[in-house]
Design a protein around this ligand. Structure first.
Ligand code: UD1
Length: 427
């Protein structure tokens, strides 16, 4: 298994190009299952999770063409997906266990084929992460769903019907699943208390380009008019706001000065406010966002994760890493996922002072961190350790880097180009 070695103490200076959003691309790829026409996606990130989705869709019968991959990546940044015919309605355990977002094929397969058999998901080890809302929403649209042998077995012999469904809790994945199912359902579907994440807006805009009328884009009530068939379309994936926030925090951690090319402030407003309160300067430029912390210390700020437009749970671990070096204390509260503090023992091994009280972590800033061998436990936890390592004394070796490779495109190259002392140690 590959490892990454980082020697701390270098300021990041230069520019970093932000990739297309992983979490937007995954559902966008699944929309290809709804249509027998081609869908072309531009600005696709080159990541392990995208490769996993290619494998899953290929075994459902989706023909996928990709520009050539570079630097050892399996695919390029443009994907053309074409589902002349769905050849299998089963999403097998072996693929779904690698990536929870695989569950997104449920609604699309059911809508197009009237049947789907999808393994219950695995994915990051953060909390229980059930799929009850996906199931309840599809049942409201007329699906019959049983759990059998670890699989969700769904049928809609007469097709899905448009319905009004109110999510009891905001869920990104369940909103996406129901939007895709609604695209081919008979009549209108209204989703209340829907997720409003930019990735949902991106999906809505892609469905609209494919000929599905979607109303209420960007609000908590989405209205989707089902259609009989979808059109050929081309769509460009939005920038990855989590990658953007992660690099902004890495720059702040090293008191650096970096332009995040392709970044947009409006994608991370709550993060911008929080970072500014902590003493970081962020300003929009012609090419993206310039992040600087060239003078002054970091201040401890309190953070609570919430669904969009609140502070994203996917940046909680990185923010905590930053706060380990702030002056004063910071209370970080995680309200979206249980057990999402697995990075805390690893940060503590580097000298951080963090105490967990239920869903909150009290971070008391320390004058220095020290490099150590640390273990990545999930995607965002692993990058938080890299951020800590950039400001630690001595060497840090990050183990289980495959977590990082699921969601960060060429992390070590991007950081090294800005002056970080970082290298991948091949196994
Ligand atoms: C997506 C993102 C993930 C991000 C999360 C929250 C992708 C591929 N992943 O995950 O990076 O951390 O949104 O912003 O886009 N829940 C239920 N029942 C359900 C579904 C969810 O109780 O049926 C709960 C979850 O356990 C969690 C909360 O709802 O506590 C939010 O989860 P959800 O928004 O569904 O996350 P994902 O779509 O899995």
């Amino acid at each position: 298994m590959d490892r990454i070695r980082i020697r701390g103490g270098r300021q990041l200076k230069g520019d970093i190009r932000i990739s297309g959003s992983k979490n937007a691309t995954l559902p966008l790829m699944v929309t290809a299952l709804l249509s027998d026409k081609k869908l072309t996606l531009n600005n696709v990130p080159r990541l392990a999770d995208i490769t996993t989705m290619i494998q899953l869709l290929a075994q459902h019968g989706v023909e996928i063409e990709s520009g050539t991959g570079e630097n050892g990546h399996a695919h390029g940044t443009t994907l053309t997906l074409h589902t002349r015919k769905v050849t299998s309605t089963t999403a097998p355990y072996d693929i779904v266990r690698k990536m929870r977002a695989s569950v997104l094929v449920l609604g699309a397969l059911l809508a197009r084929e009237g049947a789907a058999r999808v393994s219950l998901p695995g994915g990051c080890a953060i909390g229980a992460r059930p799929v009850d809302l996906h199931i309840a929403g599809l049942r409201a649209m007329g699906a019959e769903i049983d759990i059998d042998g670890g699989y969700m077995v769904a049928r809609a012999p007469k097709g899905l019907k448009g319905a009004r469904y109110t999510f009891p809790k905001v869920s990104v994945g369940a909103t996406e699943n129901l939007m895709m199912a609604a695209a081919l359902a008979k009549g209108t579907t209204v989703l209340d208390n829907a997720a409003r994440e930019p990735e949902i807006t991106d999906l809505a805009e892609c469905l609209a380009a494919m000929g599905v009328p979607v109303g209420g884009i960007g609000t908590e009530t989405l209205t989707i008019e089902g259609v009989q068939s979808l059109k050929e379309a081309t769509h460009s994936v939005i920038p990855d706001r989590i990658e953007l926030g992660t690099y902004a925090m890495a720059v702040a951690m090293t008191a650096g000065d970096v332009e995040l090319v392709g970044g947009r402030l409006e994608l991370i407003e709550s993060v911008v406010q929080t970072l500014r309160a902590a003493g970081v300067t962020l300003e929009e430029t012609a090419k993206g966002i310039r992040v600087q912390r060239t003078n002054g210390a970091l201040h401890g700020v309190d953070v609570m994760t919430e669904p969009y437009p609140g502070f994203p749970t996917d940046l909680q671990a990185q923010m905590m890493a930053l706060m380990t070096r702030a002056e004063g204390a910071s209370m970080i509260t995680e309200t979206v996922f249980e057990s999402r503090f697995m990075h805390v023992p690893e940060l503590s091994r580097m000298g951080a002072n963090v105490t967990i009280h239920h869903e909150s972590a009290l971070v008391r800033g320390v004058p220095k961190l020290r490099g150590a061998d640390v273990m990545a436990t999930d995607l965002r936890a692993s990058v938080s350790l890299a951020i800590a390592a950039l400001a630690a004394e001595g060497d840090t070796t990050l183990h289980r880097v495959y977590h990082l490779d699921r969601g960060y495109e060429r992390l070590e190259e991007k950081l090294a180009a800005c002056g970080a002392d970082i290298e991948r140690l091949k196994s």
